[in-house]
Ligand binder design. Structure first.
Ligand code: NAD
Ligand code: MG
Length: 389
């Protein structure tokens, strides 16, 4: 029986992971820890169904409600950021990292310390602290498997291939709801319009990041960090149908493309069954019905996040941590109605420019504290900029 924990169980990726675990024959998995946020009823329900050992809410003030909801179940409960980190110290064979934002970094790093497999949906971990994450995995004999659909696709296309023969990696982007919008129109975009992703059902934050293409920007950096490939070899192609998730071009001119339905249970299931392939209950593609697969170059003038990601990949060091933190603050302000949609990219760019005076920006992340310090400073700068405006 394999043991597992799910961080961010109540989110979009968490729910899809739960669905796969719940369907497995009894005795396949033993659930150790499940973590969530304020949706206590759902967290408790999941914990009971899977017979988890521990349920943790990220918010201490939600702990009494969680305790009530699980009274008499024998399931331990805990609350707060520290409790989430401690849940990651419980050794398991397989961990799903599906908290959204930089908050996913600490539990992911702690889970790596007991070896096992880390299924990484939380792309922010690689963007903020890629070298640190990879180093930690190596030191403890842990395996990191990508769960982002594009990165899972690349990983699958690379299996059995000679890395020195890889010429380029192409990740696709749906283009989001604003794919064909002018900048003027984007300036008036509402929250509801930004969240309405045409192809994927995802959490609110990643959906808005898809509209701004900050999600693809994070994924460019994620590709660079995970596959350790020269940034000039990484490309983005807009592909509105979201059927081809990524392509790998080899030195003989051949390209391996990965196709699948827009259902994250494929990538999650791949990481769950790896190194084998196991059946996953996603819809099967009917290519004759799809008819058309189209591709176009992204427009970096309307989606400056992509240009910023190129600059971050080039500069590396602590720039990923600053980029992600500034992006999170910009997103908070857009969600709160404080700034217009295109202003998010300007805010991130200005934060990167101001933080560049730090002498350590070009150095690799030395430790978790180092990453958290740069993250905190970038948040302070981004917040100060919004207050000046
Ligand atoms: P979501 O918002 O639906 O869920 C996030 C989960 O994290 C919830 O359980 C929430 O309670 C928890 N959480 C939020 N803030 C927290 C905090 N500060 N501390 C602890 N827990 C917290 O998000 P999602 O769409 O499932 O995305 C999760 C991660 O997976 C993100 O990093 C995202 O970029 C990545 N991802 C998501 C998808 C997708 O289809 N949803 C695809 C690829 C990658
Ligand atoms: Mg993705």
């Amino acid at each position: 029986m394999r043991s597992l924990s799910i961080f961010g169980a109540t989110g979009s990726i968490g729910e899809s992971t739960y669905d796969l675990i719940r369907r497995a024959p009894p005795g396949t998995y033993r659930t150790v820890a499940l973590t969530g946020g304020r949706n206590i009823a759902r967290l408790a329900e999941m914990a009971r169904t899977l017979g988890a050992e521990l349920a943790v809410t990220a918010y201490e003030e939600c702990l009494p409600a969680l305790r009530d909801a699980l009274a008499g179940s024998g399931i331990a409960v805990a609350g707060g950021v520290q409790a989430i980190a401690e849940a990651a110290d419980r050794p398991v064979d397989w961990t799903m990292s599906a908290i959204v934002g930089a908050a996913g970094l600490v539990p992911g790093l702690r889970a790596l310390r007991h070896g096992g497999t880390l299924a990484l949906a939380n792309k922010e971990s690689l963007v903020t602290a890629g070298p640190l994450l990879m180093r930690t995995a190596q030191a403890h004999g842990a395996t990191i498997l990508p769960v982002d659909s594009e990165h899972s696709a690349v990983f699958q296309a690379l299996t059995g291939e000679d890395p020195s023969c890889v010429e380029r990696i192409i990740i696709t982007a749906s283009g989001g709801p604003f794919r064909d919008w002018s900048l003027d129109r984007m300036a008036k975009a509402t929250l509801a319009e930004a969240v309405a992703h045409p192809n994927w059902a995802m959490g609110q934050r990643i959906s808005i990041d898809s509209a701004s293409m900050f999600n693809k920007a994070l994924e460019l950096i994620e590709t660079r960090e995970f596959f350790d490939i020269d940034p000039v070899r990484i490309e983005v192609l807009v592909h509105p149908q979201s059927i081809v998730h990524a392509l790998v071009g080899f030195c003989d001119g051949g390209i391996m493309a990965h196709l699948g339905p827009a259902d994250m249970r494929h990538a999650i299931g791949y990481a769950l069954h790896w190194p084998d392939r196991g059946a996953v209950p996603v819809e099967r593609l009917d290519l004759a019905k799809i008819v058309n697969l189209s591709f176009q170059a992204p427009d970096e003038a309307r989606f400056p996040a992509l240009r910023l990601a190129r600059e971050v990949m080039e500069a590396r060091g602590m720039h990923g941590a600053a980029f992600n933190a500034a992006k999170e603050i910009a997103l908070d302000h857009f969600i709160a109605g404080g700034i217009a949609f295109p202003r998010m990219a300007l805010l991130v760019e200005e934060t990167l420019s101001r933080i560049s005076t730090r002498s350590d920006m070009g150095t690799a992340p030395a430790s978790l504290d180092h990453v958290l310090e740069v993250d905190a400073e970038a948040r302070r700068i981004a917040t100060a900029i919004t207050e000046e405006a």
